[in-house]
Design a binder for this molecule. Structure first.
Ligand code: NDP
Length: 397
């Protein structure tokens, strides 16, 4: 029934591959491809299912991708490589007639800027081809959009204030490490902040706005306002939203390291000449930082990610908080990866499952909140990311 091709062999792909393999009733034929084939083979070995195929591909190259798709003939491609590859993979999907899913929106390599416009322009072509593209199906973006859709469907007539809150209260016992691809992570955090209010985007300096927020089972953590891509699609799809913001926790030690990295020029993404060769400082930094995939073994504590929503129901104001807490150790025991990869890889698998079951199948380019949230929410509880709700509480925001 389900012939799926996973592109990428990093932390997120490793988790998604484990979960895809666990759901053999939905995913009948699986292939994992990436730049380095040995990493795909290692995932297959860890899963222990030798029927999973692997191959090498450069996902920046449309022709290579098309040849691969025509050979394996997947129904759906799960793009779990890097945001730089989104457009080439979407192009190849159109050429080979394959459906598409990803977890992060496109970013050009030379500018730290992300917005959906680059992918939304594919809408008519996917629609005409009768192909479904599901964008941003990790946790945030991903579950954050599904939570919002669920709240809007069941609890609100109008969603007016949306705060997505992302806390990692884990300790990996390293002086400095990022929880997913360091290059993508540092680009995201060091850019200006932005939030939506009364129809306008308001820009802030990087990490300028912060406040302590209480997270369930964790307590208060200083939380920083960042721009995050799902804000763009959520304010488009829920025009009643008056204000939408995104908050992420960082410890002081992390921020001090980040400041030094920036001050000494190691966060630069423009090429510099070193020993007669062009290098990008941030890419070099990635090579010497701990690999996010190796953090799991000693990672303690948990993540807590959710949506805090205020709006109107039957003429009265109400509040709603929906969240998941995920233990780094439990994630590691199941998949060999920490909770940040786990909370991204599991929703990617569920999105693919929704597609194969015909529940999220709509030709065109879609953000997750455009689909029915109910079957996805049900699967979150069954696949390792149970959620909890609180009503009419103080949201602190
Ligand atoms: P990793 O860096 O661990 O893995 C990326 C993988 O993509 C690597 O296996 C890499 O290959 C492969 N790759 C990179 N370039 C190419 C290429 N040109 N052709 C083929 N393969 C390529 O990243 P993560 O697993 O941490 O993250 C994966 C994705 O998930 C990213 O897009 C990230 O932004 C997104 N993400 C989304 C979140 C969400 O909640 N929505 C949260 C966290 C991450 P190689 O090993 O050879 O370098």
């Amino acid at each position: 029934m389900g012939r799926v091709l996973i592109i990428g062999a990093g932390g997120v792909a490793t988790v998604a591959a484990h979960k895809v393999a666990q759901n053999a009733d939905v995913f009948t034929d699986i292939m994992i491809v990436s730049r380095t084939q040995s990493k795909c083979d290692a995932i297959v070995k860890a899963i222990g299912n030798p029927t999973i195929k692997t191959a090498q591909v450069d996902a920046d190259d449309v022709d290579q991708l098309v040849a691969l798709f025509n050979n394996f003939k997947p129904e759906l491609v799960m793009n779990l490589a890097l945001p730089y590859q989104d457009l080439t993979i979407m192009e190849a999907c159109l050429k080979a007639g394959v459906n598409y899913l990803d977890t992060a929106n496109y970013e050009p390599k030379d500018v730290a800027h992300f917005e959906y416009s680059w992918q939304w322009v594919f809408h008519d072509r996917f629609k005409q081809a009768g192909l479904t593209a599901i964008l941003g199906c990790g946790f945030d973006p991903g579950v954050s959009g599904v939570y919002t859709a669920y709240a809007a469907k069941h609890y609100f007539d109008k969603v007016e204030y949306l705060d997505i809150v992302d806390c990692n209260a884990g300790n990996h016992h390293k002086a400095f490490a990022t929880n997913f691809n360091p290059e993508i992570n540092i680009r995201e955090i060091t850019q200006n902040g932005r939030y939506y209010q009364d129809g306008k985007w308001i820009q802030t300096k990087p990490l300028e706005i912060h406040k302590p927020l209480n997270y369930p089972n964790i307590g208060p953590k200083d939380s920083y306002l960042l721009y995050h891509e799902e804000l763009e699609s959520l304010v488009k799809h829920y025009p009643t939203i008056k204000r939408a913001r995104f908050w992420m926790t960082f410890g002081q030690e992390y921020l001090t390291h980040l400041r030094v990295i920036q001050d000494i020029g190691m966060a630069r993404i423009d090429p510099v000449i070193y020993n007669g060769q062009e290098i990008i400082p941030l890419q070099f930094l990635k090579a010497v930082l701990p690999n996010p995939q190796d953090l799991g073994a000693n990672y303690e504590g948990e993540t807590s990610i959710g949506c805090r929503i205020r709006g109107m129901k039957d003429g009265k104001e109400r509040t709603y908080y929906v969240y998941n807490n995920c233990s780094h150790q439990a994630a590691y025991k199941e998949t060999g990866m920490q909770a940040v990869s786990y909370t991204t890889g599991v929703p990617a698998m569920i999105g693919a499952e929704m597609f194969f079951k015909g529940l999220w199948n709509r030709p065109g380019v879609n953000n997750v909140e455009e689909f029915d949230p109910d079957p996805f929410m049900e699967q979150l509880n069954k696949q390792g990311l149970p959620w909890h709700e609180a009503f009419d509480i103080d949201l602190e925001l």
